[in-house]
Design a protein around this ligand. Structure first.
Ligand SMILES: Nc1nc2c(c(=O)[nH]1)N[C@H]1C(S)=C(S)[C@@H](COP(=O)(O)O)O[C@H]1N2
Ligand SMILES: [Mo]
Length: 408
């Protein structure tokens, strides 16, 4: 952790380059097969995208890079150079001039103001918090029936330790006017080249969510500068909510009385206003609302499909889980397709919005096939379902994961 984060930002005047735009799948090192039809994807050569090691190449421009599953098997906090990447607008910036960079707070406030990056890091107390960034469409490739959009496996997420300034501290200094209801977030893309207003990646939060103590403007990820592709120099983080609100290269925060009608608020990134955001394909008359809090999820990391376990002997199973919109309450494993569940032990608690390790000793009763399921429950009582609910955006996927192995 640099002693003076402002200075650390200042040292890096220009970042990035055009590398991301020159990638062709032919430059990929190898391939990986994601667990659904048409799941074959190239793996990038390390360094092909600025600041990124080997990633699963979903799209070149605008980049969609998925974190390979092996990374989750090794790390609870995903290294910055392997954190997944998602951009919407092809001409997103490939260089940042940190000396000229400004963050502006305006709109329905008493005292609009502007900060340099040094002022942001130097004038407000630094706040640290672990939180998982997960794309609304993470695991979309697993949804049945299939829907359009990035066909991610489970790797469009990463747990990280964030350092920054609570958004409430910035809004307090600006003095939110009575009657304000929402806060809108702009990013540098609109300064780079003319983008039609309807296409701007412009996101809006309800005021209560914006002033929640966990919402913050982050300038460090895992104790280092944010990678360019993950939003250098600053981004919004909205712990517990899907990453679509985690606006990268944040430039302007506008307090407003409007919920926002830009394309990326509506119709994009909306979910059915039904239990678990589920509906049936073709159903009509469904009301849609902006996507919001995440659902609980849990994963195995110590075992994979096809593994052999010793029969009659204990194996320590391990994995990680998160609660989503509220803290993780429990993780349980089933060896009988969900008829009975055994609670796992939970590892260090990194805070309500972070990933947490779990472990459980398991002894196969006899040789033969073993299917294990893992299920998370959060503090609000949400439990992972056996089958994920369907919606046309392919959002909120959180079905119970399983591994098929053999006891020998
Ligand atoms: N400026 C900007 N911020 C953005 C986006 C974008 O396209 N532009 N995409 C959002 C979406 S939908 C996701 S899933 C996350 C991805 O964050 P990451 O690239 O750090 O993984 O960034 C969010 N913030
Ligand atoms: Mo996303």
């Amino acid at each position: 952790m640099p002693a003076n984060p402002g200075a650390a930002l200042g040292r890096r005047a220009i970042l990035g380059g055009g590398a991301a735009l020159l990638v062709s799948p032919a430059l990929a090192a190898s391939e990986v097969r994601l667990p659904f039809a048409n799941g074959l994807r190239p793996l990038t050569k390390p360094g092909l995208f600025p600041g990124k090691q080997q990633m699963i190449l979903q799209r070149v421009r605008a980049p969609l890079l998925e974190t390979p599953w092996d990374v989750f098997r090794k790390h609870l906090f995903i290294p910055n150079d392997q954190a997944y990447v998602r951009w919407h607008i092809p001409d997103f910036p490939t260089a940042i001039d940190v000396g000229k960079y400004r963050l502006r707070i305006d709109g329905d406030v008493a005292h609009p103001f502007e900060l340099t990056l040094d002022e942001l890091a130097g004038k407000f107390p630094a706040h640290k918090q672990a939180a998982i960034n997960q794309c609304s469409g993470n695991s979309r490739g697993l949804i049945e029936p299939r829907v359009a959009g990035a066909q991610w496996g489970n790797g469009a997420m990463y747990n990280a330790m964030w350092t920054g300034v609570p958004l409430a501290a910035l809004l307090d200094r600006a003095g939110v006017k009575p009657g304000a209801t929402h806060v809108a977030f702009h990013n540098i893309e609109e300064l780079i080249e003319p983008i039609p207003p309807h296409a701007l990646f412009y996101k809006v939060l309800p005021l209560a969510r914006a002033t929640d103590p966990s919402t913050m403007v982050a300038y460090e990820m895992n104790g280092a500068n944010l990678p360019l592709l993950n939003g250098f120099p600053i981004r919004l983080i909205v712990p517990g909510w899907y990453a679509t609100y985690w606006v990268k290269m944040l430039t302007r925060i506008t307090v407003t009385t409007h919920p926002g009608t830009g394309f990326w608020m509506n119709p994009a990134y909306t979910i059915p206003d039904t239990p678990n955001g589920a509906m049936t394909p073709g159903q009509t008359g469904v009301k849609f609302v902006p996507i919001n809090a995440m659902d609980p999820r849990s994963f195995f990391t110590s075992v994979t499909n096809g593994a052999h376990l010793p029969a009659h002997k204990p194996t320590l199973l391990r994995g990680f889980a998160f609660g989503g919109g509220s803290a993780l309450a429990a993780v349980a494993v089933s060896a009988d397709n969900g008829t009975s569940w055994k609670d796992a032990a939970l590892g260090k608690d990194w805070g309500p919005y972070a990933s947490r390790e779990w472990s459980l000793s398991f002894t196969p009763a006899k040789p033969g096939p073993v299917r294990l399921l893992v299920r998370a429950t959060n503090a609000a009582g949400a439990v992972q379902p056996m089958v994920a609910g369907w919606n046309p955006g392919g959002f909120l996927y959180n079905a119970i994961e399983h591994v098929d192995m053999r006891a020998v």
